[in-house]
Write a protein that binds this ligand. Structure first.
Ligand SMILES: Nc1nc2c(ncn2[C@@H]2O[C@H](COP(=O)(O)OP(=O)(O)OP(=O)(O)O)[C@@H](O)[C@H]2O)c(=O)[nH]1
Ligand SMILES: [Mg+2]
Length: 683
């Protein structure tokens, strides 16, 4: 199969809130276009795009799925994206490689959190947008209410091109106000040819036809003049002006239907072909200079049959199966080999993909999401997908001893597929931390770990990396003496501890005069102190923010050794430390929480009960961003709490800010726990 011309391609990401029918709509479009022979059902796990076992079990999309169909002689590439916030990395990646977004909205729920987020993303990327108000057969679905909401939130450029005939379970079809025709519900079969508009709807259709005309002429001066002159505009003229306005991102047509019955799909497909710009028209957002052929990897999937598959957009030129490409990140060469056309999990081999097309390639050596492959080895800047930082961390430990390495390699592979999943070792606590967007995100990763790699792990809240420091100057003396026959041991040191402002760092100051400790042994004292500081006596946490002055000591010409002075240093430190008014320090996070205005009170109250300090609030468009400083220890399970307080409409980000003293009532428990742990370790 030769490459498809860029002018004949439409790339569309289907985005929207969780459970608004994206997967069902993709299924319906594939069926309507004859790319499949039956209409699969999400609940039965029979859709093309929710093919993964984890998706079928949870009945939701977890990752991007690439499908394609032919309509009006054009190739439409569809990326079905997940609506669940845990997997928004995939929605973001998909939006970066398309010219158009098909936004699904529930006819019952209207505009929801992820509708707004994805709308904003599509806007930032300058994408053409079409809206499908779905589920109009459901109880309490109301197209007109949702339409008003869309216009209020996203502007009056959201203009209805379709209207429902009937409502809820009495919905029988839709009217196409643009072409002045109608479609009867095919009830799960293929949608038939358009028919007449029911007479009883004439008045309403007239009203919305006028609204549509008013919007369309706004975007076309010549039409506007004739319209104001009172001239009749032909349906073709209006349709063509609408299409170009959609292409330019000036109008957002609102369509409607029932994805699970395949009602409304013909019109959606028509509009995607006519309104979404082709790659030839729009060009790629990601510029690559120099190279003739370039591909950008926007998704990596573990395929049940072929191992790993990289899904890409051809940014430039042609990618063919005999090519050798350079990976900009690794500088490694990759033999392309097996090119694939994807239809969910099904694939067919392909010879080449032309500019603007989306395709896949199997069996590359070292390629992951976000990589750029070029036909020449050049230094170009890697395009950034602006993935959000994962905020939810868990400590993971393999259930079986000896599985550590396997867990680490398997997780690394998962995070190559999904870069918003991150694995790292906390240098201080030594724990392996798996971080994701939400608790669900991490739990799904753990399920996949088990299913795909056969390893089981335990998830625990991570240990908080506490520190210890001192608040007072103090003195200490360590004398290590062992003189029982043969060569003995002798080390003797006096030190002074001083707090360093800001509770950070460590300094060792040599104040010895007259060689009471010979030069050669003084570094040993320092070493002994640092070893003692690695595990503070208060709660076993590392000690920081201490200046040590070595002020005095003595030595023995035969028995003194580095070892003896190390021990003396450590003894001196422990003695001085007790007197220095030691305290525990905890990490404080800078937290931004974005929540609907009506939940601000309870969210603030909750932050307060987490020992948070409010820093400010910025309301904007129905949502408020709350800024606060909160101890990390109180934020370990924040995700769930926020979800339940805001009904899933809240969102938060956090990053490390500084260390603060742990208040004494909290510290005492930590100190007691650490003592207990120490006792138990002895037994
Ligand atoms: N009654 C009715 N149910 C629908 C319609 N569209 C989808 N559903 C059902 O709604 C549920 C969610 O549909 P999906 O297609 O999985 O929605 P989605 O947007 O892909 O969901 P995520 O991938 O989790 O974001 C499924 O049970 C569908 O069968 C519709 O038009 N009418
Ligand atoms: Mg889905």
């Amino acid at each position: 199969m030769p490459a498809v011309e860029p002018g004949k391609i439409r790339n569309v990401a289907v985005v929207g809130h969780r459970g608004t029918g994206k997967t069902s709509l993709v299924e319906a479009m594939l069926f309507q276009a004859g790319a499949t022979n039956r209409l699969g059902v999400v609940e039965q796990g029979s859709t093309v795009s929710d093919w993964d076992e984890d998706e079928q079990q949870r009945q939701m999309s977890i990752a991007d799925t690439l499908c394609h169909l032919e309509w009006q002689g054009r190739k439409i590439n569809l990326i079905d994206t997940p609506g669940e916030p845990s997997f928004q990395g995939d929605a973001i990646a998909a939006l970066h490689v398309v010219e158009g977004a098909l936004v699904t909205v529930s006819g019952v729920m209207g505009v929801e959190v992820q509708t707004t987020r994805n709308w904003q993303r599509a806007e930032d990327l300058g994408l053409a947008r079409v809206i499908f108000v779905n589920m109009l057969d459901r109880e309490r679905a109301d197209f007109f209410r949702v339409l008003e909401q869309l216009r209020a939130q996203f502007g009056t450029q959201c203009v209805a091109v379709h209207l429902p005939i009937g409502a809820e379970h009495e919905l029988t079809g839709i009217v196409d106000v643009l072409h002045m025709s109608s479609y009867a519900s095919p009830d799960g079969d293929r949608e038939g040819k358009p028919g007449e508009i029911p007479a009883e709807l004439a008045g309403q259709v007239d009203e919305y036809r006028t609204q549509l005309l008013d919007s369309v002429v706004e975007t076309d001066e010549a039409l506007m003049e004739r319209y104001l002159d009172g001239q009749e505009l032909s349906p073709e003229e209006v349709a063509s002006a609408l299409k170009s306005a959609v292409t330019r991102g000036e109008l957002f047509p609102v369509m409607c239907g029932v994805a699970t019955k395949n009602l409304g799909t013909t019109a959606v497909l028509d509009l995607l072909v006519e309104g979404v710009p082709s790659p030839a028209k729009k060009g790629s957002r990601i510029e690559v200079e120099g190279a003739t052929d370039a591909a950008f990897i926007f998704k990596t999937v573990a395929d049940p049959f072929s191992g790993r598959i990289n899904v890409f957009r051809v940014l430039k030129g042609t990618i063919s199966s005999d090519a050798t490409l350079a990976n900009v990140r690794t500088h490694g060469k990759e033999r392309v080999g097996a090119l694939l056309t994807l239809q969910g999990k099904e694939h067919e081999s392909a010879d080449e993909f032309g500019e603007g097309d989306l395709g896949a390639v199997a069996k590359l050596k070292d390629v992951m999401t976000g990589d750029l492959l070029l036909d020449s080895d050049q230094q170009v800047e890697l395009p950034s997908l602006d993935f959000p930082e994962p905020v939810m961390s868990f400590a993971i430990t393999p259930k079986a001893k000896g599985d550590e390495e396997k867990v680490a390699t398997s997780l690394r592979r998962l995070s190559e597929e999904d870069p918003t999943l991150q694995l790292r070792r906390d240098p201080q606590t030594g724990e392996q931390l798996l971080s994701g967007m939400t608790q669900m995100h991490v739990e799904v990763a753990v399920d996949r770990l088990n299913r795909r790699f056969g390893v089981e792990v335990d998830l625990n809240p991570p240990r908080v990396p506490y520190l210890e420091t001192i608040r007072k100057e103090s003195r200490g003396h360590g004398r290590y003496k062992k003189q029982t026959g043969g060569r003995g041991q002798f080390g003797d040191a006096h030190i002074v501890l001083e707090p360093i402002e800001g509770h950070t760092g460590y300094e060792f100051v040599d104040k010895i005069v007259g060689g009471v400790i010979p030069q050669g042994f003084r570094p040993a004292v320092d070493k002994g102190i640092q070893e003692a500081m690695a595990q503070g006596e208060l709660a076993g946490a590392p000690v920081q923010g201490v200046r040590v002055l070595l002020v005095d000591g003595s030595y023995h010409t035969v028995d003194s050794s580095e070892m003896a002075f190390k021990v003396a240093g450590s003894m001196a430190f422990k003695q001085a430390y007790e007197q220095a008014d030691p305290v525990l320090l905890e990490p404080i996070m800078e937290v931004d929480v974005t929540v609907p205005d009506d939940t601000v009170g309870s969210v603030n109250g909750d932050l307060n009960s987490r020992r948070g300090r409010l820093q400010g609030m910025e309301p904007s468009g129905g949502m408020t961003m709350i800024k606060a400083e909160v101890p990390m220890a109180e934020m370990l399970t924040y995700g769930q709490a926020l979800t339940s307080m805001t009904g899933g409409r809240g969102d938060y980000h956090m990053q490390f800010l500084r260390y603060d003293e742990v208040p004494s009532h909290v510290a005492q428990k930590l100190i007691d726990d650490s003592k207990k742990e120490k006792e138990e370790a002895k037994v």
